[in-house]
Design a protein around this ligand. Structure first.
Ligand SMILES: O=C1O[C@H](COP(=O)(O)O)[C@@H](O)[C@H](O)[C@H]1O
Length: 243
């Protein structure tokens, strides 16, 4: 076990409705703080189950999002119109359900160039627009992966120079991806994991109670930022000591 650099805030929810509300509250607070400090609110998005929850939260809290800029904490190296594209999934949801968010607010990866160049190009895009992320929204798989940092590829957790790296042979398809690395993630002002479902209860305990470093999510430890864990009743059922 190792130490947390800042205390973990756990937000348990009894229902999806409550979790969506809590996510809306987090977005409200982080965006207000960011926009009081600067003219843009930078948000890093993850894929998977977060997409639907975030869409619901944004719909219900009705925030002014014109000055928000969306990046991707990881992206699958597939064409933008592929069903595996995280950007494509957000675009499909938000175009119809959140028409006030423009495509130009997404900073997306160029998956038409070679994988290494795609990662380097995305890092350059991040560096040119963001000093520290205001908010990173992370998911976690049942294997403890977060972003595209997988337990089978521990060398990715040792990266100290690059902020975005290419991933090959990902254990979860599709095999090629790009991902934020720990130096970028742990420099954020706010990092929030959003984890749902009883199938993830034991890994939630291993990561957030035991801080078991065999799981990449346990390496997320903001140096000077707030770490939050949002769980529904299923995912949170083994972490009574943290609530
Ligand atoms: O492949 C991915 O999986 C994780 C977790 O997804 P979930 O559906 O289990 O919530 C996601 O956070 C990541 O962005 C994605 O590329």
């Amino acid at each position: 076990m190792s130490e947390r650099k800042s205390p973990l805030k756990v937000i348990p929810s009894a229902s999806e409705e409550q979790l969506v509300q809590a996510l809306g509250d987090l977005l409200t607070r982080c965006s207000q703080e960011a926009l009081a400090r600067q003219d843009k609110f930078s948000v890093g998005l993850s894929g998977g189950s977060l997409i639907q929850l975030l869409t619901k939260a944004l719909k219900s809290c009705n925030l002014k999002t014109a000055n928000w800029v969306f990046f991707f904490c990881d992206e699958r190296y597939v064409p933008l119109d592929d069903s595996d594209s995280t950007y494509g999934a957000y675009r499909a949801e938000w175009l119809t359900q959140l028409p006030s968010i423009q495509e130009s607010q997404f900073v997306r990866a160029d998956t038409s160039i070679p994988l290494d160049a795609c990662a380097a190009d995305y890092e350059a895009k991040v560096k040119s627009q963001v000093d520290r992320f205001d908010l990173l929204l992370l998911g976690m798989g049942p294997d403890g992966h977060t972003c595209s940092l997988f337990p089978e590829q521990p060398a990715t957790l040792q990266e100290t120079q690059r902020l975005v790296i290419p991933i090959r042979n990902s254990p979860k398809p599709p095999p090629e991806r790009i991902t934020f690395t720990l130096p970028l993630i742990n420099n954020a002002r706010n990092v929030a994991f959003v984890v749902t479902g009883g199938g993830k209860a034991s890994v939630v305990k291993s990561v957030f109670v035991d801080l078991d470093k065999k799981f990449p999510a346990a390496w997320v430890n903001p140096t000077n930022g707030q770490l939050t864990l949002m769980v529904d009743a299923g995912a949170g059922k083994e972490i009574e000591t943290l609530k």
